[in-house]
Design a binder for this molecule. Structure first.
Ligand code: 13P
Length: 261
């Protein structure tokens, strides 16, 4: 990938780890990562809301250059939305990245592209970087509709955002059939969709935004396949679920370059 796009490897912990486990996980991860890792790759971890403060404290106290991420946010800054957490609250915790529109939120909690767009705007309003997730189902892929489905999601989720916002954001391509299944997209699949997404950004937001937007691949990324996926010119990082829960596995994904053939 071009030098101006530093890869971003993100660990989405989903609804795993209580705050004691989260503290242990971030400490172990920090022991496993080196200055060279941080020089070549940006790293973020995305704990549950209840664990953000604990992880933030460890990162700050030990000066660990891992960015703090959240898994979701509400579009509004405050209000009568019982159980929700706003982007404004996350920004106060020094959260740098917010995942929006993860397929689990789209599928299990009914989020539409419109909601995802509003959440991305909320993150941007508070100087955080949205990681906007897109990806097709197995049925859509089998029906030859994967590219169109992803195009719709990109258009809807990024609608009305200005060029600098899109240039600085992250789009995660996560084919739903590859999430938590052990079924990984091949490097060729990931590259094809990465290039497709970049061309969609080029036509909607211009060549400069397309050149700098970072595109992650997510879906059963493991230490054994990370180097292959990261070798794709249009894959600028990984959004890792299951394998990010084990600090040693996640560290091996972060330093995929040491295992590249
Ligand atoms: P797995 O790595 O467990 O397949 O999860 C991928 C994912 O959904 C990351 O957001």
């Amino acid at each position: 990938m071009p030098a101006n796009r530093k890869p971003l490897i993100s660990g989405n912990w989903k609804m795993h780890h209580n705050h004691f486990q989260a503290i242990q996980a971030i400490q172990k991860l920090s022991y496993a990562l080196t200055a060279e890792d941080y020089a070549s790759v940006d790293v973020s971890v995305h704990p549950s809301f209840t664990n953000l403060r604990s992880v933030q404290t460890v990162l700050g106290a030990d000066d660990i250059p891992v960015a703090l991420g959240a898994q979701d946010c509400h579009p509004d800054d405050e209000g009568a939305f019982t159980g929700e957490v706003s982007a404004a609250m996350l920004a106060k915790l020094e959260v740098a990245y917010v995942i929006v529109g993860h397929s689990e939120r789209r599928q299990l909690f009914g989020e539409t592209d419109e909601t995802v767009n509003a959440k991305a705007r909320a993150a941007l309003r508070h100087q955080m970087t949205p990681i906007v997730c897109v990806g097709e189902t197995l049925d859509e892929r089998r029906a030859g509709q994967a590219a169109d489905r992803v195009a719709d999601q990109v258009a809807g989720s990024l609608a009305g955002l200005d060029r600098p916002a899109v240039a600085g954001m992250v789009i995660a391509y996560e084919p739903i059939w590859a999430i938590g299944t052990g079924e990984t997209a091949t490097g060729a699949d990931a590259q094809e969709m990465g290039a497709h997404i970049r061309s969609l950004v080029a036509s909607g937001w211009g060549a400069d935004a397309a050149a700098s937007v970072r595109i992650q691949y997510g879906g059963s990324v493991k230490p054994a396949n990370a180097a292959d996926l990261m070798a794709c010119p249009d894959v600028d990082g990984a959004l890792v679920g299951g394998a990010s829960l084990d600090p040693d596995d996640f560290a091996r994904i972060v330093n995929y370059r040491l295992y590249a053939i």
